[in-house]
Design a protein around this ligand. Structure first.
Ligand code: EPU
Length: 417
């Protein structure tokens, strides 16, 4: 059990650059299996999910070498389509290996993927889409096996909802299917567009990335490339929320404000001053002046307020001057961090997708546990605004998505160990 110790009451000062986006790096690692020749990924953060992905790539026969912050990936040797259960169960992103291994090997067996427990997280859209492209799908117990010994073929497929993961799966599959694939109702998140940029640089033909309709011409095999993934907009929002909780003045560089515009505009409504640059923002808040509450937020697919930032917003609103409410349209159990907020003295109630906060909390240190990645980050942020010391247990969840959140906040002046 890993524990982070936070003593609240310090303001933050300084500048910070978010790492590259976890949710781009993870699909890109899987997509490298579609390439002949070496893929060089730059600025790859040291995250637990990245380490799990490297172990998974090696387990299926790919070569992975870390040179400083770069990863060199080579998938030219014959691959194996059996994904080991411990690796699959360690992260949600193991589902990204379905399509590339199906294309490369002709069959793939995936034990149920793990990841944050945010409510039910089925993979039916991934499977229905792959079936439309010609895969035979067999469910047995806790694993799914897909077979397409003759390869996949193009299809016209409408996603029943704009799932980020399913869009990525089907985009990868379509790149190596024979003929044209049209994906309708696709996710438009920036990480989907970033993955499409990577695939295009590897020779894929993808039109409409970042829009709900993607048209993809299949090719036999892609080629290697060197690529720098986009910055992590959720990490950027996390630093912005930390400033809002603790007060002070912080610049967040090398991340376009447009990537987290909904979150920045929420912070402005709360009373945080924000100065915008082309790819940076400077945020300022006087901790003696309470933030404005009376906010009603609804987390949904891009470009709406991001679900991953919903617990972060909740941490900001606990001490605001009026009650607020957040509803998460994507995940049924986004606010498991509410128990930790309550232990720190906040009046809040969680009813499934909805979190209500009374505001006006005088937070105090407490012993709490991270329920998941973003919920754990939210508890850390709330502790910055609390009087006294908080022990945040189960902090291993944070290492799945942040390279070193305690160290980064400490560098800005927080008392976090
Ligand atoms: N869904 C289905 N069937 C499917 C796929 C999804 O019903 O086949 C449902 C899910 O159960 C959920 C909703 O659709 O209720 C949205 O899920 P989506 O597939 O869009 O999410 P994901 O691909 O599982 C990615 C990110 C999440 C982020 C969501 C939404 C990665 C590795 N994960 O998950 O990030 O919250 O998109 O933007 O890219 C995180 O970083 O902490 C994180 C959870």
């Amino acid at each position: 059990m890993q524990t982070i110790i936070i003593t609240g009451g310090r303001t933050l000062q300084g500048a910070i650059c978010p790492e590259t986006a976890k949710n781009s790096v993870l699909p890109l690692l899987a997509a490298s299996l579609l390439c002949q020749g070496t893929v060089r990924l730059r600025a790859v953060p040291r995250l637990a999910d990245v380490e799990t992905s490297i172990a998974l790539l090696r387990a299926v026969g790919a070569g992975v070498q870390r040179c400083g912050s770069e990863l060199l990936l080579c998938a030219e040797a014959p691959l194996c389509g059996q994904i080991p259960a411990p690796l699959s169960g360690a992260m949600r992103s193991s589902v990204f290996y379905l399509a590339p291994l199906l294309c490369r090997v002709g069959s793939v067996r995936l034990p149920l993927p793990g990841g944050c427990r945010l409510g039910p997280r089925p993979v039916d859209i991934h499977l229905a889409g792959l079936a439309a492209l010609g895969a035979a799908v067999e469910l047995e117990g806790d694993a799914v096996t897909l077979r397409a010994p003759g390869g996949l073929h193009g299809a016209d497929f409408a996603l029943r909802l704009p799932s980020v993961g399913a869009t990525l799966t089907l985009m990868m599959a379509a790149c190596c299917a024979v003929g044209t694939t049209v994906l309708r109702g696709a996710a438009c998140e920036p990480e989907v567009a970033d993955t499409a940029r990577f695939l295009s640089q590897c020779g894929a033909q993808i039109q409409g990335a970042g829009t709900p309709t993607l048209v993809i011409q299949g090719a036999e095999m892609l080629h290697g490339t060197a690529y720098t993934p986009m910055p992590d907009r959720i990490a950027a929002a996390t630093y912005a929320a930390a400033l809002a909780c603790a007060g002070g003045e912080v610049s967040i560089a090398r991340c376009r404000p447009a990537y987290y515009a909904a979150f920045l505009s929420f912070l402005q409504r709360c009373g945080v001053e924000i100065f915008f640059g082309a790819d940076s923002v400077t945020l300022r808040r006087d901790p003696a002046v309470p933030l404005h509450g009376a906010q009603t937020l609804c987390a949904n697919a891009w470009p709406a307020f991001a679900t991953d930032t919903a617990p972060l917003a909740a941490a900001v609103l606990l001490c605001a001057d009026a009650p607020s409410e957040i509803y998460d349209a994507l995940f049924a159990r986004r606010f498991a961090c509410a128990a930790g907020f309550a232990a720190m003295g906040a009046a809040c109630s969680e009813q499934g997708r909805r979190l209500q906060m009374q505001g006006g909390a005088q937070l105090h240190g407490a012993e709490v546990s991270a329920p998941d990645l973003r919920g754990g980050a939210a508890l850390l942020l709330a502790a910055l605004a609390a009087e006294g010391t908080t022990l945040l247990h189960d902090a291993g969840h944070l290492a799945r998505g942040y390279a070193d959140l305690p160290g980064q906040l400490a560098a800005l002046g927080a008392d976090v160990r």
